[in-house]
Design a protein around this ligand. Structure first.
Ligand SMILES: CC(C)(COP(=O)(O)OP(=O)(O)OC[C@H]1O[C@@H](n2cnc3c(N)ncnc32)[C@H](O)[C@@H]1OP(=O)(O)O)[C@@H](O)C(=O)NCCC(=O)NCCS
Length: 217
């Protein structure tokens, strides 16, 4: 049984988060990157952007040794990601690193990633399916699963949403991801439709938030 604390992530935690993401979503990473793992820099750059767009939305579970056991990104305004990407030069940096081979994948993965993102954007803009707050990504290290860490991260995300007067949160989950759906249902998320990308269907889930919470420092 791992003892853990929930806390805000720092920029220096991004490499650990990127590693945990790659480990937890291996099938999806391989699908998007043409069957090969990208270089670690690629995922680190993605999560640097996600972190910098809304640092207080980045939650971590760490054990006593300071190891990252789980993370959750719960932005209140997901569109900040695009502004951050443009204003802070992330897109230029990505293009340069990709062109100079620092990501370790070619053109096809870029096409798949862009098409999938566009499908998500279309779905998120559909009337009745919109919500500016999101559970963007959540994962727990395989050795630490089944101990309530994801539930604790999601509960902390709820406090953050309440503090920020969020009314509705959206997330997407693969319909066969039963452990994740169990966590979401337990915390009050309900199914609200389906969307698709090149890997198959996503179940869209929503939660209506009410009341105020207390945020961790
Ligand atoms: C989904 C994930 C984040 C859950 O993390 P966790 O810390 O193990 O979650 P918790 O311990 O808080 O809760 C897990 C729940 O799922 C249940 N569960 C586990 N395996 C299950 C299964 N095969 N079917 C149904 N429920 C299952 C557990 O019993 C528990 O519910 P309970 O509290 O009512 O007993 C973790 O499995 C993970 O990182 N998966 C890979 C990444 C991922 O899929 N992220 C979600 C993407 S949308």
């Amino acid at each position: 049984m791992n003892k853990y604390v929930i806390m805000r992530a720092r920029l220096t935690d991004v490499p650990d988060i990127a590693r945990l993401f790659t480990e937890s979503f291996m099938d999806s990473v391989l699908h998007h990157c043409g069957g090969r793992l990208p270089k670690p820099q690629a995922m680190q750059d993605v999560f640097t952007l996600v972190y910098q767009a809304e640092p207080s939305a980045a939650l971590l579970a760490k054990n006593q040794a300071g190891e990252v056991l789980g993370y959750c990104f719960a932005p209140v305004i997901v569109s900040r990601l695009w502004w951050q990407a443009l204003i802070d030069g992330h897109l230029m940096k990505w293009a340069w690193r990709w062109l100079t081979g620092q990501y370790g994948f070619g053109l096809n993965p870029v096409k798949i990633i862009v098409l999938n993102k566009l499908a998500f954007l279309r779905s998120a803009a559909t009337p009745g399916k919109a919500a500016s707050a999101r559970i963007l990504s959540i994962a727990v290290a395989p050795s630490a699963r089944g101990q309530g860490i994801a539930s604790a991260l999601m509960a902390e995300a709820d406090k953050y949403f309440k503090d920020n007067k969020v009314q509705r949160v959206r997330l997407e989950v693969r319909p066969d991801n039963h452990p994740a759906i169990r966590v979401y249902e337990k915390l009050g998320y309900y199914p609200g439709g389906t969307t698709y990308d090149s890997q198959g269907p996503w179940l869209i889930m929503f939660k209506e938030i009410s009341g105020n919470g207390v945020t961790i420092p």
